[in-house]
Design a protein around this ligand. Structure first.
Ligand code: GLU
Length: 497
């Protein structure tokens, strides 16, 4: 068995049935980290033999989401490699050849049972309260009989000839030895009647031919792990190291996520699909950090990791098998941390599309100026247009009532607005160092609270009750517009007197 520090060849093997979800993203991330950490290779393999569940375009979406997270691969359908093809739908003949080899070795058999007969068998088993299983009818047909029926054009599947005696033990890296009684295992179908191999055979053959050293995947594959081990054994192949990751539980911690839970999440502004997280304003660095810690930890206190940090610090030994509740509050927390860690020009570049989506034409120069002052205040990138959209508008439109400051009459608010306007007009420029001291002085001399004076300026100049820091914002808006907006506030308040 390969050790966990040798160069690892690992594969992420999604079925193209929809968007990349959190579970897949975490598996791919761990694959990538192990490959990069050990100087090995990360392989992307598309498991698309189930043509009924195939979704056109899903493969590309999975690629896009992985690349968005910063994950790249060394071999795969789009980048090639020496062990291809990397789409299972292009490997049909390979699986058929290996199915024949298993039959020849006495580890698989051809089964002619019709779906109708199997249904009946199952119903009877249920009546007898037995777990459903294949009843063995075709297991002992002679080679001649099999050939004659194939020649006569009968449809058939290929089944694994699961040993009925003894037991099978497999080691999962996180769980230790797992032992099953062989008689509890079914004669699983390996190749369907249409000639397509099923996952169990296809994955075993590919993992062997692609020289995979570690199979990292979801815990939902644990029940069939003994079968996979038996298939490798039947061919006489060395098994990869098996790593079945912890299960995800719904945010409440109670049970697995259902379709309905997923729909509920979207209502709350969350999602378990990577593509949707992007739309919801999450930065990939936060998604990576969050996913990494759902089943792995470095120590008991470090929580901030970038992808390069993770490559350096990742180890299989620190994986954890206990089920983890999906905690979106933690994702929000990481989003805040990683947004604040972005270089400002990068933040400017990343918030731009969220403005365009809202129909706001945000120019690069202004974006560069506002990035540093919104950086502390963004929980998600999607908050940017609401917080800073006013920078790109020719005018702001506060309601007259909003200009009337708490604790003041319209007349007193108008008087205050006039004093502010006079000060603003007299300033040589609107740098915070120039503009802030006289306004503080106004607070002193007027006997008003800073919140009242700045509150009035904020609503008049930005049109909002909440904005990035006022004086920095005023400098970016520019004196001409600031004065014009203040003048308009004076007019509106005066007309209320
Ligand atoms: N195609 C399987 C899935 O999407 C892959 C499981 C594995 O990694 O072996 O769950």
């Amino acid at each position: 068995m390969a050790s966990s520090s040798q160069p690892a060849r690992v594969r992420f093997a999604p079925s193209p049935t929809g968007y990349l979800h959190l579970g897949g993203a975490r598996t791919a991330l761990y694959d990538y980290l192990l490959a990069r950490k050990t100087g090995g290779q990360f392989i992307l393999r598309i498991e698309d033999t189930d043509r009924k569940r195939f979704v056109p375009g899903a493969e590309q979406e999975i690629f896009n989401s992985l690349r968005w997270m910063g994950i790249d691969w060394d071999e795969g359908p789009d980048v090639g490699g020496s062990y291809g093809p990397y789409r299972q739908s292009e490997r049909k003949e390979i699986y058929q050849k290996y199915a024949q080899e298993l039959i020849a070795r006495g580890h698989a058999f051809v089964c002619f049972c019709s779906p109708e007969r199997l249904d009946k068998v199952r119903t009877e088993q249920q009546k007898r309260k037995e777990p459903p299983h294949y009843d063995g009818t075709c297991r002992y047909l002679t080679a001649e009989e099999v050939q004659a029926r194939i020649d006569a054009g009968e449809r058939y599947v290929v089944r694994f000839k699961t040993p009925k005696e003894g037991h099978t033990s497999v080691i999962d890296l996180l769980r230790g030895e797992i032992t099953v009684e062989n008689r509890t295992m079914d004669d699983y179908i390996l190749v369907k009647s249409d000639g397509w191999a099923l996952y169990h055979l296809a994955a075993a053959v590919d993992d062997h031919l692609m020289k995979i050293t570690h199979v990292i995947r979801s815990a939902e594959w644990l029940p069939t792990l003994p079968l996979h081990s038996m298939i490798h054994g039947a061919f006489g192949w060395e098994e990869p190291i098996w790593v079945h990751l912890s299960l995800f539980l719904k945010p409440s911690g109670k049970g697995k996520m259902s379709k309905r839970d997923k729909a509920e999440l979207v209502k709350d502004g969350y999602s378990i699909f990577v593509k949707e997280l992007e739309g919801l304003g999450y930065v990939p660095e936060a998604v990576v950090n969050w996913a990494a810690l759902m089943g792995w930890s470095y120590d008991d206190h470090t929580e901030f990791f970038t992808l390069p940090d993770l490559v350096e610090k990742f180890s299989l030994e620190k994986l954890n098998a206990s089920p983890a509740a999906i905690n979106f509050t933690k994702l929000d927390h990481f989003n805040g941390l990683h947004i604040r860690a972005l270089p400002v020009d990068e933040l400017a570049r990343r918030i731009k599309p969220y403005f365009s989506e809202r129909g706001i034409a945000a120019d690069d120069d202004t974006l560069l100026k506002i990035a540093p002052i919104v950086q502390e205040r963004l929980q998600g990138l999607d908050d940017a247009p609401e917080l800073a959209g006013f920078f790109f508008q020719p005018d702001v439109n506060p309601e007259a009532e909003e200009l009337v400051i708490k604790g003041l009459t319209p007349a007193a608010s108008a008087e205050l607005a006039r004093q502010i306007l006079v000060i603003l007009e007299g300033l040589p420029d609107l740098k915070p160092e120039t503009a802030e001291p006289p306004m503080r002085e106004l607070v002193e001399t007027s006997g008003l609270k800073a919140g009242q004076v700045f509150g009035l300026m904020r609503i008049a100049i930005t049109g909002q009750k909440v904005s990035p820091p006022l004086f920095e914002s005023m400098e970016i808006i520019g004196k001409e517009k600031v004065v014009a907006r203040m003048l308009r506030a004076v007019e509106m308040l005066t007309s209320m007197e």
